[in-house]
Each structure stands twice: as C-alpha cells, then as structure tokens.
Design a protein around this ligand. Structure first.
Ligand code: GUN
Length: 286
C-alpha cells in the first residue's frame, strides 16, 4: 500500500492562518504589530526568491516586514552594521541574514552578531546551545517544520528509532535534538557513515538532509517508516528532486513528504512562528 503523503503546503497554510488570527488579536489587544526583517546581500537568484517569499508571507499574516538589500560588494563591516541596526530597531522582533553571503563576508561572524533575542533563524550559538539542552531556545525553522510533519503521522514518538542523515548546524544537528526531546533513540548519520543503507533501515523515522539527489532508495526504508525529505536538488534537467527516491520510497514508507510541497513550504511558516514567539517574549506578553 502506498504511503500517506504528508502535505507541507496544506500544513504551512494552516499554520499561517493560525498566526494571522494571533497577530490580529495582538493588534487588537496590545496595539502591537510583530516586525520581521531580512537582510539580503548580493543578487543570488534563489536567495532573492526566498526573501521575496518570506516578506510576502510575513505581510499576509499581518506582520510588519522590512527588507534591506546590500550589494554583492558589501564589506563585512557594512553587513555587521546592518545587523546592528536590526538589533537596535525597536520595531523589529526577529530578523535573519539570508545565506549564502558573498565570499568576503564571514557568515559565522555575522551570525554571532545577531542578538539571540531577535534570532528568527535560531542560528546563533546561544540558541543552538539552549536547544541542545532543551532549555527553550529558538530552534531553526526547517527542523521545526520537519517535526510538525512527523507529528501529522505519529503523535507519540517515545521510544521510536530516528535516523537523521546529515549533520549540518541548520538542519541535521538541530532536528536530531528535537527528536531526542521527543524521546526518540536518535542516530545521526552522514555522507561518510559506513553502510548508510543498513543504518537507515533501522529507522521508524528517517530524516534525509544530506543534499544528494535521490540518495535514499526504496530498499533503505523500513516498511511503515515516516520519511521526511529535506533535500532540494535541482537536476541538469531543471527538475527539483529530494534526497529520497520518492517513487520507490512511497511504496514502502508509511508516510512520506513530497519534494516540492513537503518540508519546503514549512520553513517560512515556522520562521514566522519563531518571530511571533520572539515578539511575545521581547514584549513580555506572556
Ligand atoms: N538560505 C537558505 N535557507 C536559509 C534559511 O533558512 N535561513 C537563512 N538565513 N538563509 C537561508
């Protein structure tokens, strides 16, 4: 029997609708409009699309959205000055610096300069540490989106075997922490792991976030597993494929996210959720 398709587009729309209701209530009760800002450095076409989509989604749920653009030749000092301006701007509750940055700008230095209390991406080491210790830090949006999709398929994750393929600071490591917090037994595997297929086959929950087109094959999947595909790989034919060979996996998994339309749409919805949480915290609303 083919797997249940976990529809990220629909779930993201319902999260945005819920956010819009909450924002309307904030405005009515406290005269507060949550503010989000995005800093874009350079003209990377994919980044331009991401930033436009973030601003559009933010405005649609009722946020105030600010977009600041610097040219690809901006110096690190100029980027840090823009970050500092967001840190000090009282209208901004959360912001992010779109990655990648041009080569003359060190992304680590820029992320380190973000006020953790306004870190909508959850990339600052303070938030990463708080998430690591399950102490309520801001988790990055894509891992939060993965968790919400997993919860569509399984409400109680206690004791389940979870395998994460990928060890990035933005997806692999934080999603592993969130799964651990839900009492899964978690394995982090990666491109250099020995016998990835055997490790993957243990998984009740398999998260593929390695950035290799269709690496995960049908025979890697335990029958009935929940499969979350974070990959967005554009092939030479222009088609976008995930890290999972979907047509094979859908026949074996219990539930699976499509690419596109799975994890992708969830990232912006969870980014907005993070920003609203930061707004409520910063303005001491709960
Ligand atoms: N570039 C691609 N995805 C992301 C993201 O989630 N956050 C930031 N800041 N840059 C990105």
């Amino acid at each position: 029997m083919a797997a249940r398709i976990l529809d990220g587009k629909a779930l993201a729309a319902s999260i945005r609708a819920e956010l819009a209701t909450k924002v309307a209530a904030l405005k009515a009760k406290h005269r507060i409009t949550p503010g989000i800002a995005v800093l874009l450095v350079g003209e990377d076409p994919a980044s331009q699309i991401y930033v436009r989509n973030k601003a559009k989604a933010a405005t649609e749920v009722g946020f105030f959205a600010r977009e600041v653009k610097l040219t690809a030749t901006a110096t690190e000092r100029e980027v840090l000055a823009a970050v500092d301006a967001f840190n000090k701007d009282d209208a901004i509750d959360g912001f992010l610096v779109q990655l990648p940055l041009p080569p003359q700008v060190d992304p680590q230095r820029v992320i380190d300069a973000v006020d953790p209390a306004k870190d909508a991406d959850g990339f600052h080491v303070t938030n990463a540490g708080l998430v690591f210790q399950a102490r309520g830090g801001v988790a990055p949006a894509t891992p939060l989106g993965c968790m919400a999709l997993i919860k569509l398929a399984r409400t109680d994750l206690t004791g389940l075997e979870a395998v994460v393929i990928g060890r990035s600071n933005t997806v692999g490591k934080p999603v592993a922490q969130l799964l651990l917090k839900e009492h899964c037994t978690v394995t982090i595997a990666h491109s250099k792991s020995k016998d990835l297929a055997a490790i993957a086959r243990r998984a009740d929950i398999l998260v593929a976030a390695v950035g290799r087109s269709e690496l995960v094959r049908g025979h890697w999947i335990k029958p009935g597993a929940v499969v979350i595909d974070v990959g967005i790989n554009r092939g030479a034919d222009g088609k976008v494929r995930g890290d999972v060979a979907f047509d094979e996996a859908v026949e074996i998994a219990g539930a699976i996210t499509p690419v596109p339309g799975g994890v992708g749409p969830m990232t912006i919805a969870c980014l907005l959720q993070n920003t609203l949480m930061l707004c409520e915290r910063r303005r001491a609303l709960n």
